[in-house]
Write a protein that binds this ligand. Structure first.
Ligand code: PEP
Ligand code: CO
Length: 446
């Protein structure tokens, strides 16, 4: 119990980007109910992920994180979830086979429902309403009913997370992830260079699988994969209610996901978010934007990984293609000087968001490529390991990010622009990134 009292200390700190709940008694009832529900993940799984992320900090594996900017209840369907898993598995195969490196697969899924927004309210035609803060808080429709925060949504978010995680577990252990099916995962037209490249790779994997079969090599790892889930730990009432004491060790674990990260807007060293996550034992990520100072990263290490445990702390840099080569080196230098280990992951999405004249929030694939190349170049210069990549993607054929071999143009953005928040890579753009990263990793290994 003492542990849970310690956990509650975030309430004495400044908690940014929390909704103004209209009914605090109801919020208490809903979070009390959440506390009675089973954990979504187990402490032992979070520990396993921490060990896998530790390998990435040493260059012995590579972290692939991907999923929607904001999951929605309406799109938490079997089809959408399957397509996202398929995309992540295909990317992982490209990386594993293309760069001969084990890939730690983490879905930005099963809990990525809360969003920080630049403004607390939105004005349309002179009407001002609360901004959409993600399905865990309010609805997207621009009506007072939908936009009023409703804490029953916390329970719905838990239920959608549980169902999504269940499907992820079923798909990744129930035959869908069998490596002898890599061909079946391909779904595009072979004229498309990304799909054609994937098809060639799948043919090579098939040959390797036939060889293994003939040599009587049979291993569970060829048929099932471990897939973990992570989300931004933004909504502290929800995160607190799902934090539990591990009966094996007596330690606190946030059991809403294997890994949690702190966003760019809530990583202030005195913020409630840092306080809460300093008290749980999961692997933790922190987003670092272009204004991050060396003193910030050192303070974050002190707060979140004072003992210097490998795999505990991941810095997810999202600098922007234009500045990563200038800003990242001093941060890496500071961490090297400190000596406590961190895993460096690149989020090449959030520093490269633009708005078109027509008002679409988008990103250019070439800027995303450029930030990834900058990330690899800086780590190569500094003698540190590029540990992974964090992407906003969907398995569907959307038109939200500009560019790609089946080029999405400014004029065609509106055709299938479906995201409610940030623009996502579509399936084919995601594969293109996987090939780019595989090549960059191969060069790193040389
Ligand atoms: C996000 O990951 O969707 C996000 C809001 O990122 P950041 O905190 O890096 O801005
Ligand atoms: Co986003």
């Amino acid at each position: 119990m003492d542990q849970l009292n310690e956990l509650a200390k975030w309430r004495a700190k400044e908690a940014k980007h929390q909704p103004s709940w209209p009914d605090l008694d109801k919020l208490k009832d809903d979070t009390d109910y959440l506390r009675t529900l089973p954990p979504l993940v187990f402490a032992g799984e979070a520990d396993k992920l921490r060990r896998e992320i530790a390998l990435a900090s040493r260059g012995e594996s590579f972290v692939l994180m991907g999923g929607d900017c904001a999951e929605t209840f309406a799109e938490s369907t079997a089809d959408h979830i399957r397509e996202k898993i398929r995309t992540i598995l295909q990317m992982a195969v490209v990386l594993t086979y293309g760069a001969s490196v084990p890939v730690v697969k983490i879905g930005r899924m099963a809990g990525q429902f809360a969003k920080p927004r630049s403004k607390p309210t939105e004005v349309r035609d002179g009407v001002e309403l609360p901004s959409y803060l993600g399905d865990i808080v309010n609805g997207f429709d621009f009506t007072p009913e939908a936009r009023t925060p409703d804490s029953s949504r916390l329970i719905q978010a838990y239920q959608h997370s549980a169902a999504t995680l269940n499907l992820i577990r079923a798909f990744t252990t129930g035959g869908f992830a069998d490596l002898s099916k890599v061909h079946e995962w391909n779904k595009g037209f072979m004229q498309n260079p990304a799909y054609a490249k994937y098809e060639n790779l799948a043919t090579e994997i098939d040959r390797a699988m036939r060889f293994l079969h003939a040599a009587r090599v049979s291993d569970e790892s060829l048929r099932t994969v471990d897939m973990y889930v992570a989300h931004e730990a933004l909504l502290l009432d929800y995160e607190e209610a799902l934090t539990r004491i591990d009966s094996r060790t007596g330690n606190l674990y946030n059991c809403s996901a294997h890994m949690l990260w702190i966003g760019e807007r809530t990583r202030g060293i005195d913020d409630a978010h840092v306080d809460m996550l300093s008290r749980v034992h999961n692997p933790i990520g922190v987003k670092l934007g272009p204004t991050t100072q060396s003193s910030d990263v050192l303070a974050l290490i002190d707060a979140l990984n004072p003992e210097g445990e490998e795999g505990r702390l991941t810095f997810i840099t999202r600098m922007g293609a234009g500045v990563i080569r200038d800003r990242l080196p001093s941060l890496v230098e500071a961490v090297k000087g400190d000596g406590r280990p961190v895993t460096w992951v690149s989020d090449p999405m959030h520093g490269n968001t633009i708005t078109t004249d027509e008002g679409f929030k988008t990103r250019r694939l070439k800027d995303i490529f450029d930030e990834i190349n900058g990330f690899f170049a800086v780590h190569s210069q500094m003698g540190t390991h590029p540990g992974g990549i964090h992407l906003e993607l969907t398995g569907d054929d959307v038109t939200e990010v500009l560019g790609g071999s089946e080029e999405v143009l400014e004029e065609t953005l509106g055709e299938r622009y479906e995201t409610l928040v940030d623009p996502r890579l579509n399936h084919q753009q995601s594969l293109e990134i996987a090939f780019l990263v595989a090549e960059a990793l191969q060069e790193t290994a040389l």
